[in-house]
Design a protein around this ligand. Structure first.
Ligand SMILES: Cc1cc2nc3c(=O)[nH]c(=O)nc-3n(C[C@H](O)[C@H](O)[C@H](O)COP(=O)(O)OP(=O)(O)OC[C@H]3O[C@@H](n4cnc5c(N)ncnc54)[C@H](O)[C@@H]3O)c2cc1C
Length: 308
């Protein structure tokens, strides 16, 4: 008979969602164990922007101000945050954009707006720091069988509460319906201490912001020249020159098909569909391109949902 490991809370997944939730649970005094086959998947993106003012339309993300505050509070304990995201605003749209800023701290500079408390960070050191303070078991989960996770090789882990934070790779374990959106990030020889974002973004030594049409499976397609060219054109429009490329990183965003969550699951996150009850606990997933913005805020919501 294989040994069964036990903890009060068992988190499946060591990306930004799982590690953040695990830290917050641990700080409430719980015995927490994280089980994951690798340290993040989508969360291994070379640079993450934490920017609540989304897209070309400058839409303020739901609960964006609260999420940004929670993100500042949490991540600043582990890594340096590079504050300030500059968003060029197209001519004639200043009034419209000004009306969308909500309570975000900002200042107008030249042809754009500087979001003073939005920031970028390097996810990989963040994941490592978070993992250092947690009990992390490297294993592949084959089945979600509350109160157990069944592992490859025959072992099991038992949790009074199970938290699914397995991103797109593990979504099949719970039958979560979703879509996978490939994106490409180019690393550059240049360095941009302050992030600039319009259509594409430049932050640190990366250029990102590409979205391929969504697909139904998590397998990543290879990077294409068309995507790289689109990114470089976007960078040229912002900078007036083409930055030189060092390498390319392909990642897959995962979004849930919200209204069709299995078993009529209801999100407790006040209209944010990334945190919802599942058999044996909660799922915290489907964060699309906003995982780093929402993970700390959702982790706090998880504590409330659990009554801890
Ligand atoms: C190109 C690109 C650029 C992005 N840029 C940004 C950005 O600038 N800002 C931002 O906020 N977000 C950005 N994102 C989105 C962000 O990366 C994701 O929202 C976030 O990383 C999702 O985190 P997660 O913890 O849910 O999942 P993941 O990071 O995918 O982690 C999943 C975890 O579950 C584990 N796992 C899965 N299945 C199993 C299994 N069967 N057994 C064991 N372990 C398992 C994996 O090993 C991993 O540890 C970007 C994404 C991409 C692809």
């Amino acid at each position: 008979m294989r040994k069964v490991e036990e903890a009060e809370a068992v988190v499946l997944g060591a990306g930004v969602a799982g590690l953040t939730a695990a830290w917050l649970l641990k700080e409430r005094g719980l015995r927490v164990r994280v089980v994951a086959q690798s340290l993040g998947e989508a969360s291994r993106v070379p640079v993450a922007l934490v920017n609540p003012l989304r897209g070309k339309r400058f839409t303020l993300a739901r609960k964006g101000e609260e999420a940004l505050e929670a993100a500042l509070r949490f991540y600043s304990r582990f890594v340096s945050l590079h504050l300030g995201v500059y968003r060029p605003v197209p001519k004639g749209e200043r009034e419209k954009v000004a009306a969308r800023l909500g309570g975000l701290k900002h200042s107008w500079e030249g042809e754009g707006v500087l979001l003073e408390e939005a920031f970028w960070l390097e996810p990989r050191p963040l994941l490592e720091r978070l993992a250092e303070g947690l009990s992390l078991q490297r294993a592949r989960v084959l089945a979600w069988e509350p109160p157990y996770l069944a592992l490859e090789g025959g072992g099991r882990v038992r949790g009074e509460v199970l938290v699914y934070a397995g991103g797109g790779q593990g979504a099949h374990l719970l039958g979560l319906p979703g879509r996978y959106i490939p994106g490409l990030v180019l690393t550059l020889l240049d360095y941009f201490p302050r992030a600039i974002s319009y259509r594409v973004y430049l932050a640190g030594s990366v250029l990102g912001g590409s979205y391929l049409p969504h697909q139904g499976t998590p397998e990543a397609p290879p990077p294409t020249e068309g995507e790289a060219e689109w990114l470089l054109q976007g960078a040229e429009a912002l900078l007036g020159y083409r930055p030189k490329v060092a390498s390319a990183w392909r990642g897959m965003r995962f979004r849930l098909d919200g209204p069709t969550l299995p078993g009529g699951m209801e999100p407790p996150g006040r209209g944010i569909p990334y945190l919802f009850p599942v058999e044996g606990g909660f799922a915290l997933t489907g964060l699309g391109s906003t995982g780093f913005l929402y993970a700390p805020w959702l982790g706090e919501r998880l504590l409330s949902a659990l009554g801890w």
